[in-house]
Design a protein around this ligand. Structure first.
Ligand code: ATP
Ligand code: MG
Length: 772
């Protein structure tokens, strides 16, 4: 009689068991969301340990995030029934490569280091003490190189250079390997700077993030003895989320697995969402070519979601042309349909979700009560989080932001608020210190020390100290001129608080200080998100009477957050949600231009749009029991209302699996009525056309509630477009300054001779044509 299988195998289906028990040779588990890939991968580690095939330190297991690594370690312990004695090589690519590079850094030319470290590979290694640069250091260094080479830094902004170099590193291209096609007329200089940068890093005994993999690939390629050592050492290799590996990671794995070929990769081509960061979905598609004879396991049973949720996700992803195409099934039954709800605007959406979550805690609409830990809000863009955070802080609903700081803690938001703070209260030294050299004004540590010293000696604030420093000539040259400008600007902005609308002023401050431009010129993948956060911040100001009131609000709600409850709603981006699951998921902001993003819609070809659709698939498939998709008809961008159209992905939701909710008492059943009468197209039409009954009803209700009418909202958008066509001599109207005549145009600013207020420069968007 066959022995009973170990408990960790018992719960697996035959396909999963095959993937777990086929220990030798290459294995690829290519399967859709929630089919138990990660679970099988974890069981495979347990099986390797349990059968004595490998010791914990002989297994190389790669996860996408550190959090995923911790969880996997924990589960291995649970499945084994006892804690594992370390799994030193279970982690992300980067965390594993740091450890390896520390032992072999001298092969790249780094200091050998002083300490001698005994390591598990039973060899004595020197441990290099190279430092890992952060983005700021990296940029400073690049800037120096560009300056030293006598190159125009407008042509080669450091951030752009950093992004290009990063791209090359993701593709494992050392400077001598950048292909000619990549190094055409323009980039030849880029390659030269890249080479200089790499040399300088070695002189400094430093690496950047991309170097961790690049150097390891270089070492493995140039030193077969080192490679062999690790090929022997890492007897089994496992990789989760393989669809999002880049070329450097792929080469590194292929080198390590080259001899024994005991590599098991799991992934889902439909969940490849990091193409924008250099990931190559092609890596998973060519696995069988790279490892001939690979055992390919396909899993089709989904254990995570209800049939309605699964059907909705499957239908959306079917819209992609470039995919392998997999069908998923579940033996679960019943459950709620995917819920779809439209809101008046983004704030209303946040309010409704807050109320809905509170109702869900008690049990609502015949559903079981949900704990806050069981609920997640997944947004497309981080700036969407602000509305939820504000709302939840106001109603005291505990939440956590995963995978990034909370909105008001973000770098760009704190920078912007520091500007507002010095303008409102020039004696705010902390705020001044934060912005004095952001963007860079050539005011380094030395200049700042001088300012501090002068301020201290004269017993004045830093702003005043700075003014003294300029006047006395203590800070001269370029830095001195920039400081003079800044001090003058702060004073001028301060005076403007008296007669300029605070939303407009905020925009002027961010604009004239060069802060917005700093991010506009930034070519890193995070920059567009930061600009959107800034826009969101300015929009948010509209809700307050003045800057002061807004700053008070923020300090109050941030202060409020001292609860350390464990039961919290999770808020995160769709990107950060990969691999996770929650009983209830909210997916807000399904509007064209937000999700799919404007950039993906503007792009020619389908690549960007298909990646957005995969994000939608990732989002829906995070939900186990309840998935709620929402959109708003209006969003405020830079204080201006914009009419939004529901996301094209909403049209791709299968009607029979969707229930359209009506926000109670809000729109007089606008969507609901349309929904009852017909299919999903009618539903979309209900908000699509301004003339549809749904829209009209919204208009009417909104009017009753004293909100801006959609027509006004639309007019504002129209005005925003019209102003760019203001010509000199036009008679115009400005809310604060009244009627005037345009006397000059400079970018998006107009010089206007106002009839009562004199000549002023104002942002064009705040001006409308005067209808006489
Ligand atoms: P994703 O593509 O989203 O990363 P995945 O394929 O890695 O998903 P898992 O997270 O491993 O899927 O599993 C999804 C859920 O299904 C988990 O809650 C897991 O415990 C459960 N599960 C996996 N396999 C089985 C099984 N054989 N029987 C019951 N439940 C299972
Ligand atoms: Mg997984």
């Amino acid at each position: 009689m066959a022995a009973r299988p170990a408990p960790y195998l018992e719960g697996l289906n035959p396909a999963q068991r095959e993937a777990v028990e086929t220990l030798d040779g290459p294995v690829l588990m290519l399967a859709g969301a929630g089919t138990g890939k990660t679970r099988a991968l974890t069981a495979r580690i347990v099986h390797l340990l349990n059968t004595g095939r490998a010791r914990p330190n002989e297994i190389l297991a790669v996860t996408f995030t550190n959090k995923a690594a911790r969880e996997m370690k924990e589960r291995v312990g649970q499945m084994l029934g006892h804690a594992v004695e370390g799994m030193p090589w279970l982690g992300t690519f980067h965390s594993i490569c740091v450890k390896l590079l520390r032992r072999h850094a001298e092969l790249i030319g780094f200091d050998r280091g002083e300490g001698v470290v005994e390591d598990p590979a039973a060899r004595v290694h020197l441990k290099s003490n190279f430092t890992i640069l952060d983005t700021d250091d990296q940029l400073r260094l690049l800037k120096q190189l560009v300056a030293a080479a006598g190159i125009d830094d407008k042509r080669w902004p450091a951030r752009q250079l950093a992004a290009i170099i990063d791209g090359w590193k993701n593709r494992a291209l050392t400077p001598d390997r950048v292909p000619a096609a990549d190094a055409g007329a323009y980039n030849r200089m880029g390659v030269e700077l890249y080479a200089q940068y790499q040399r300088r890093l070695i002189e400094l005994n430093a690496v950047d993030f991309g170097d961790l993999l690049l150097h390891m690939v270089t070492i493995f390629q140039a030193h077969p003895d080192v490679l062999e050592q690790y090929q022997r050492w890492f007897r089994y290799i496992l990789v989760d989320e393989y669809q999002d590996t880049n070329v450097a990671q792929y080469l590194w794995l292929r080198l390590l697995a080259g001899a024994h070929r005991n590599i098991c990769c799991v992934g889902d081509d439909d969940q490849s969402i990091y193409g924008w960061r250099g990931a190559e979905v092609g890596n998973i598609l060519r696995f069988e070519k790279d490892f001939p004879g690979a055992h390919v396991v396909r899993l089709e049973q989904n254990y995570r979601s209800t049939p309605h949720i699964l059907a909705a996700a499957s239908n959306v992803i079917r819209g992609n042309e470039s995919r392998l195409g997999k069908e998923l099934w579940t033996d679960r039954e019943g459950g709620e349909k995917v819920r779809l709800i439209g809101h008046w605007d983004g704030e209303e959406e946040a309010r409704w979700i807050g109320e809905e979550i509170e109702a869900m805690q008690r049990g609502t609409r015949g559903m079981r009560p949900f704990g806050l830990n069981e609920i997640a809000i997944l947004v497309r863009a981080s700036h969407q989080m602000r509305a939820f955070e504000d709302r939840f802080l106001t109603i005291g609903l505990p939440y956590r932001v995963i995978g990034g700081p909370r909105f008001y803690e973000r770098m760009e938001i704190r920078d912007a608020m520091a500007y507002f703070r010095v303008v409102v209260s020039p004696e705010d030294d902390l705020a001044f210190e934060r912005i004095v050299n952001t963007p860079k004004r050539g005011l380094g540590d030395k200049a700042q020390q001088t300012i501090r010293r002068i301020a201290r000696e004269s017993g004045v604030s830093l702003v005043e100290g700075a003014a003294l420093a300029v006047e006395s000539g203590a800070i001269k040259g370029k830095g001195g001129a920039a400081l003079r400008q800044l001090v003058g600007d702060i004073a001028r902005w301060g005076r403007m608080t008296a007669d300029t609308g605070h939303v407009e002023l905020a925009e002027i401050i961010l604009d004239e200080s060069g802060y917005t431009a700093m991010w506009q010129n930034d070519k890193t993948p995070e920059a567009p998100g930061r600009l959107e956060n800034l826009k969101e911040l300015v929009s948010q100001l509209e809700n307050f009477e003045n800057l002061q009131g807004f700053l008070e609000h923020v300090s109050l709600i941030m202060d409020n957050d001292s609860d350390d409850a464990d039961d919290k709603v999770s808020i995160m981006t769709l990107h950060a949600a990969k691999g996770l699951e929650f009983p209830a998921v909210f997916l807000p902001g399904w509007e064209d231009g937000l999700f799919p993003s404007q950039r993906s819609m503007d792009e020619s070809g389908l690549k960007g749009l298909e990646e957005e659709r995969r994000l939608a698939y990732v989002g829906i498939t995070r939900a186990e029991e309840l998935c709620t998709i929402s959109f708003a008809g209006n969003r405020r961008v830079y204080g201006q209302w914009q009419s939004q159209l529901p996301s094209r992905f909403i049209d791709e939701l299968p009607e029979e699996h969707v229930e359209v909710l009506t926000p109670p008492g809000l729109y007089g059943g606008g969507y609901g009525a349309a929904a009852a009468g017909g299919g999903i197209e009618d539903r979309a039409a209900a908000v699509d056309g301004y003339n549809s009954p749904g829209w009209k009803r919204m208009q009417a209700r909104a009017g009753q509630r004293g909100l801006a009418q959609p027509r006004e909202a639309r007019n504002m958008v129209v005005d925003a477009q019209a102003v760019s066509s203001h010509a000199e001599g036009d008679r115009v109207f400005h809310q604060k300054f009244g009627y005037g005549t345009v006397t000059g145009i400079e970018g998006d600013k107009l010089e206007i001779a106002f009839e009562k207020a004199g000549t002023k420069k104002v942002v064009a968007r705040f001006v409308t044509a005067a209808d006489d």
